[in-house]
Design a protein around this ligand. Structure first.
Ligand SMILES: [Zn+2]
Length: 328
């Protein structure tokens, strides 16, 4: 089976720009595109996204849609308006303060996610890419201790929810996240859409899931992946990416799922671009049959994440993609 090669895209919505970018992706050896579909896009650019998805398919590329920053629960920089619309369903930190993130246990957020899936279906999603789901855990404060979470914890554990970030709390958060994702994936599958999930590696500050078997057991899931970003998390590209790619393939195989592995093509320091190619080769050597790069054109559209030399970084991604695809 030929290796699938994907790239995340959020730069453009106007056809005069996206046409050129999509042609470039084809020339660069990509086989599919992960289109980032933010709450802003759903509200103000749904037909733009439908057109972009159609233009992507017309070039023979597959389409994944990413709930980019939705609820500030999934990965991505866009703000969510969920907390403004449903202030009662925001996460409450262990310090007692509400934050801007949606509580995964609140019915209002499940409905919000269903609405997003509906929009993704209309836009033409083939696969939904559930990226880096997390609870808000930062600076010694963890979430969520809203009344609903406290009641659910008592129901499941027969005891009051601690204020300390103890193992019982961590388990509760992971199980709650798996519940939300099972609900979302089942809902999407009923619409004929496949589901892919990306979990950050365990050494990330807030990886979301530390138990990959629990994540891979999510109902309705088709594809399990991780994003071993070695510039961010530290590590040698060949060893680090290879090790995580092997683990990803093993977990996915064990659960009868497809898999994917992300390669870092953002925040790449000048002079270290060649490591992207080393990482792509390492993932392929480790058995990965689906490799994706975050993001298009060295992330040049977002200054806080862009590579020092985005053009050079993107060129290395393209060379790597073409190289591993030519292996067959
Ligand atoms: Zn809560």
């Amino acid at each position: 089976m030929t290796i699938q090669t994907g790239v995340a895209y959020f730069e453009g919505r106007a056809p005069r720009h996206t046409s050129r970018d999509l042609d470039d992706m084809v020339d660069s050896g990509c086989t599919y595109v992960i289109h980032c579909y933010s709450e802003f896009d759903v509200k103000y650019a749904p037909d733009s996204m439908r057109r972009l998805v159609a233009d992507t398919r017309a070039r023979g590329l597959g389409v994944w849609l990413d709930p980019w920053g939705v609820g500030e629960v999934f990965g991505g920089e866009p703000f969510s308006r969920f907390g403004a619309v449903h202030p009662e369903a925001r996460q409450i930190g262990s310090n007692g303060l509400a934050n801007t993130h949606a509580c995964l246990n609140q019915p209002a957020f499940r409905a919000w996610v269903h609405d997003w899936v509906d929009a993704a279906a209309v836009a033409g999603a083939e696969t939904i890419f559930w990226d880096e789901p997390t609870w808000e855990i930062r600076g010694g404060t963890w979430s969520c201790r809203c009344e609903r979470c406290q009641a659910l914890f008592r129901e499941r554990n027969g005891a009051a929810m601690p204020v300390e970030f103890v193992p019982e709390v961590k388990l509760f958060l992971e199980v709650s996240m798996a519940d939300l994702l099972s609900d979302a994936c089942t809902y999407a599958r009923a619409k004929g859409i496949e589901n892919a999930l990306c979990i950050m590696p365990p050494e990330a500050t807030n990886p979301g899931f530390t138990d990959w078997d629990r994540a891979a057991s999510i109902e309705g899931l088709d594809n399990f992946g991780t994003d071993p970003y070695w510039y961010s998390f530290g590590g040698d590209p060949a060893e680090y990416v290879g090790r995580h790619a092997r683990a990803t393939v093993e977990v996915a195989d064990r659960h009868g799922l497809d898999h994917h592995v992300w390669v870092q093509a953002f925040e790449v320091p000048a002079g270290r671009e060649a490591e992207i190619g080393i990482a792509i080769d390492a993932a392929a050597d480790a058995g990965a049959r689906n490799i994706a790069a975050w993001s298009y054109d060295g992330c040049s559209a977002m200054s806080t994440c862009e590579c020092s030399r985005p053009e050079e970084a993107w060129k290395v991604v393209a060379d790597g993609f073409r190289r591993v695809r030519s292996r067959g």
